[in-house]
Design a protein around this ligand. Structure first.
Ligand SMILES: [Zn+2]
Length: 98
């Protein structure tokens, strides 16, 4: 009759379905869900997301904050070097013109 009594999916055209796929979060919590993957690893889940915990938390698994800080420091150094070069050039030109 309807789709309630027969198979919902056609055979041989769908990937394997794991009704108890294990999801492992970076915070250490695990839970199961349905998926075509047997194991899933995530960076954030409902146990550690700020929305659910109500706590501010820095999510930096890829080290992006570190990278940004390094780039900012490098830019600051370049700026200082450029200023030093400019100062040296100006003092030199004033010395030759004098
Ligand atoms: Zn988590």
């Amino acid at each position: 009759m309807g789709c309630y009594t027969t198979r919902a999916v056609k055979p041989k055209i769908h990937p394997t379905w794991y009704p108890d796929a294990l999801v492992h979060c970076a915070c250490g919590s695990t839970f199961t869900t349905g998926s075509t993957h047997q194991k899933i690893s995530v960076e954030i889940c409902s146990a550690c997301h700020p929305l659910f915990t109500g706590q501010q938390k820095l999510i930096d698994t890829a080290g992006r904050v570190d990278k940004f800080n390094q780039r900012a420091a490098a830019a600051e150094q370049k700026k200082a070097e450029a200023a030093a070069r400019k100062a040296a050039r100006e003092s030199k030109s004033s010395a030759t013109s004098a």
